[in-house]
Structure formats: structure tokens, C-alpha cells
Design a binder for this molecule. Sequence first.
Ligand code: GDP
Ligand code: MN
Length: 387
Amino acid sequence: MKIHEYQAMELFAKYGVPVPKGEAVFDVESAVEVAAGLGSWPVVVKAQIHAGGRGKGGGVKLAKNIAEAREHAKSILGMTLVTRQTGPKGRLVRRLLVEEGCRIAKELYLGILPDRETGMHLVMASAAGGMEIEEVAETSPERIVRVYVDPLAGLLDYQAREVAEGLGLPKAASKQFLGMLKNLFRLYLDYDASMLEINPLVLTEDDKVLCLDAKIDVDSNALYRHPDILAYRDTDEEDPHEIDAFKYGLAYIKLEGGNVGNMVNGAGLAMATMDAIKAAGAAPANFLDVGGGASAEKIANAFHILLSDPNIKGILINIFGGILRCDTLANGVLAAVRETKLSVPLVVRMEGTNVEEGRRILRESGLPMITADSLTDAAEKIAAAVK
Ligand code: GDP
Ligand code: MN
């Protein structure tokens, strides 16, 4: 789950990580009030959306006085901000961060993320901050320092120094940076972050390091133990179907470009089903794992989510009845179809516990559905149906 920059900065401040003084606001007058209260000029007015690239898109502006602060707040609040990360549709700006400006001597980059290949934490840093790290990786990879941290040993002093050296910081700032990096690493671990990124981390003209941007993604599977992160949730920034899925405890991810909705139990089976759909010449519109012990109600909710996606031209249900019995599945599907008009072809393949009972329930329901007796058969039938 993503959180806003100002929220990430709140966490930074709690961990003793230096951030500019500032406050989030929802309207122009509050923006002006905060700007005036900061006590120095310039101030920076920043759009708060769950996407980067705001600077280039016109969502970050410097104000030298009250009139400019008002003008920028007016123009950014309510704008549809289009950046490389939002896609062409852009994102409506509903919140602003108003913070004190600073004199930047140098823009740097710092990121921490799990590295799946090595099973280690990866600390990435670069003296080429301000621009996207993917771009640096492509054009000047030698400018990125990578330090792999053993999860059991944690971040060691010499590793932190390696990062500081890679950034080429002057002595006083380097010392400050070492303390900051330790705190950031602790925050990253404490919050089960799947990504922590500061771009730019700046060196100020008076040789201090300061985080001018803050990005944190928290592993959604760990949210149950981070109520403060859950309180940061901003559903305006999320896909409405994914919000519903979250509510019902379903693992759902919308995919671009596909038109076959699919509902499966078990992540591995879901992946295999998506492959089978592709192999049959169609494309999956989502990943949806209802989990092992889904109830009829959960199945119905999952089915509603699929039916409300206008891109979906057909649905494939592939369930292996283990803990979730096939008759429960059948009843769940019936409940959902009765409430919502089934307007697209539906292919059902199920196997396992109570499969005969499940098939009987579906057959006797009189619903127009196509049954399949193997995964390949099911994928081919749904591919033919959406053609
Ligand atoms: P992003 O474009 O979404 O990554 O947003 P950033 O927070 O990184 O802002 C983009 C750029 O605006 C930065 O690279 C900085 O050059 C500039 N910027 C952001 N915050 C401040 C600030 O507090 N003071 C000054 N002077 N510039 C800032
Ligand atoms: Mn940035």
C-alpha cells in the first residue's frame, strides 16, 4: 500500500530523519495560512498524489510571498496532474503539502528495497539525484552504489559508510547522513516497507542533508500490524475494484489490456490459469485469488467485482475444491448471478470435494454457463467465447 509524501515525512520525523517543516492542507486558504506561518520564504507548494514525477508535471511550485503561495495552491489543488507514473488520465489533486524551501547545493538519491534475487535488503544511492533512478541506471549505471544488507545481520557500520562515500558527501554532512541512514533502515524494517525512496535527498548550501521527497510502500500483507499505516490510507488514490477486494479479503489485481475475468482459489493456480488463458489466445483482465477457505459470500463478492469491470467480456472460474467445497462455490456463484445480471459468457471448471453436488447445483439452476473438464479445455472455451 502506498502512502502520501507528507505521511511518509511524518514517519521520517518520528524516526529522527530530517525533513523540511511543513503541513498538509485540503484547501487554498489553509495553504496560505500554513505558508505564512512557516516564517520564511520561499515556501514550496506540492501536490500530494500516489505517483511520482510531480515536479515535471507542474505539481511542485516555489512561492516567494503570500500572493504566489495563494496562486500556486489555487492552480495545483483540483488540477488533473499528468506524470509519467499516473498514465495519460492523470490524477485529481485533492491535497497539498506546504513546506519551507531550502537552498539546494546538490540533489542525491537514496532507496531501500528488498532484493528478491539475493534475498537481501538493497540500499541504493546515487549522487545523480532529482532524475528518475531508472534513467540513471540506463545512462550512467556506474553512478549508483548498491549495498546488499543481510536481513539477519542488519545494516552494518561499514556498509553505511560505503553508501555515504558513494554519495561523495563532505565530512560533517557524511556524519549526519550515517545517523539518518540507520534510522531510515530501522523505519523500513519496522514498517514492513516494500520500498522506501528519497529523491531528491539534498545536500543544502550549509552542508546538511535533508529529505525533500519521501516515498514509502508498505507490504499489504503486513497491514494488520500497522494500524497507523492503515489510518493513512487514501482510497481516492486507489482503484475502486481493488478497494472492494481489500474489504472482502480477496487478493485482486487489475491487469491492463485483458478481457477475460478469472476467479481462482490459490495464487499458484491463479498464475497457471492466467497462463492457460494466454496460451489459448486470450488475455486475462485480472488476478483474483479467493483463497482456500472462501465462503459463499466471499465468492459472491468476488464475482460482483468481476461483473462490474466493463472491460471483461467473459469469465472463467477455475476452482479446486479442497477446504473450499465445490457446492459452496456453486451457491456463491448462484447468489451473485441472481443479484447481478450475468451479461457475459461464463465458463466453470471445478474439481475436488463435493464436485458432483456442485455441478448438480449449477446444472439445476438453469443458468447459461459453459462447463469444462480440464484447465486447457476451460481456457479454450473462454477464449472462443470472447472472440
Ligand atoms: P516528484 O517530481 O514527484 O518526485 O516530486 P519531488 O518532491 O521530488 O519534487 C520535484 C523537484 O522539486 C525536486 O527534484 C526538487 O528539485 C524540487 N523541490 C521539491 N521540494 C523542494 C523544496 O522543498 N525546496 C526546493 N527548493 N525545491 C524542492
Ligand atoms: Mn522526487
